[in-house]
Ligand binder design. Structure first.
Ligand code: HEM
Length: 217
């Protein structure tokens, strides 16, 4: 990331995407993801992914509640993105009524949660970096994952995949464009923008590690 004196302004969201796309490719091409999209994993492996999401979003959405009134981070808190209730319903469907006793975070998820606790509660840029990485991904590649999961396990009516359904966001592309406009309008300095980009790269790496660990189990 070249450090320039001038902030990237309207180009920030584009620069963010471009400079982190190689990290995105790493996440996308994790063996677990490929196997999931190819329909090669047992439903227990998918359940484990949902469980890891549950622990991560518990922290991320706790941070959203803490950041709601922040003048910068608060503009990236959207109730229609909230995933925790959907994850709870998915886990009930996948692991049964006693799902809370049956799931645990893997070590990579623990590291991911620890990082979010460090940077998402008192640094607006940190919160934005981690929210962006997850929610824009859920609204993008997440939709391909949903199709693969429904096809592989025969789920219908949203059961097991509510995490990927955003009833409050009828047009994903419009929402993502609006989100990117907000990124462009934050008024961050060039240094702050570079720090956010770095944190998005950290977020991708931590997500990839979760997928790699899932691939080993
Ligand atoms: C099967 C795996 C995946 C596939 C097929 C996939 C595919 C895609 C595609 C096609 C886009 C572009 C959508 C658009 O132009 O609006 C996208 C965007 C994105 N994905 Fe993924 N993705 C995957 C996994 C992930 C993972 C694991 C993460 C992060 C944890 C992630 C985070 C993102 C983000 C943040 C964006 C938005 C980039 C931007 O426009 O600024 N994706 N993904």
């Amino acid at each position: 990331m070249p450090q320039t004196a001038e902030p990237m302004g309207a180009r920030f969201s584009a620069a963010l995407r471009t400079t982190t796309w190689a990290d995105h490719e790493q996440a996308e091409s994790a063996g677990y993801m490929r196997a999931m999209l190819a329909g090669e994993l047992p439903v227990t492996a998918y359940t484990d992914l949902v469980a890891q999401h549950y622990f991560a979003y518990r922290v991320l959405e706790e941070a959203a509640a803490a950041m709601r009134e922040d003048p910068v981070a608060g503009r990236f808190v959207f109730d229609e993105l909230t995933r925790l209730p959907a994850l709870e319903r998915d886990l009930e469907h996948l692991a049964g009524a006693d799902w809370r006793e049956r799931i645990r975070p893997n070590r990579a998820t623990e590291r991911y949660c620890e990082r979010m606790r460090e940077v998402c509660f008192d640094w607006p840029g940190g919160f934005v970096a981690h929210s962006y990485t997850r929610y824009l991904g859920d609204l993008s590649g997440g939709q391909a994952i949903r199709v693969a999961v429904e096809r592989t396990y025969g789920f219908t009516g949203g059961d097991g995949v509510r995490f990927y359904l955003f009833p409050g966001i009828p047009k994903h592309r419009e929402f993502k464009d609006g989100y990117r406009r907000r990124l462009d309008e934050t008024g961050w300095s060039a240094v702050e923008q570079a720090q956010v980009i770095d944190e998005v790269r950290v977020a991708y790496r931590l997500n990839t590690e979760v997928l790699v660990e899932l691939g080993r189990s």
